[in-house]
Design a protein around this ligand. Sequence first.
Ligand SMILES: [Zn+2]
Length: 167
Amino acid sequence: MSKTAPLYLRLPSDLKDQVDLVADASEASLTHVVAGLVEVGLRNTDVEIERLKGRIVELEGQLDDVRADRDGLASELAQLREEMSRGRAVIETVSQRLRLQVGDCPSCGLPVNGEQVFIAGACSEGHNLQVELFAQPSAPSFRQKELVAALAVVGIALGVAFMVAKD
Ligand SMILES: [Zn+2]
């Protein structure tokens, strides 16, 4: 044993009895037994400290992963928000354009808009506009320019719907 130093201590009596038993059984001095037990206890404490340090490193790694995931999700969310707001702007434009007058109903002469021509397919009186439109490609009651613009808008709307459906 290396150099010694005194240590006076009081133990709970049942613990003292156990130390006595170990000392008797191993025919060693009380000092020797207590020193051995303290040494084992300290070694276990070191092992436990090392284990906890390892666990801390592990948890820090997991925290970094979680932070990276969070940052990734935040940027995906920002991108989705941007796409949604672009989509909303397109939808707003499309619905505005579709409300513009593109001509007059060939049957009753009431003004008709893009929505009535391309979506409802009828004027407000219920006359079928598509039959009229496709039966006479150059129907004089429809303004070609407005019609083409409204048709382009419908095409954009379909494109947007397609892109949204694709995601
Ligand atoms: Zn009509």
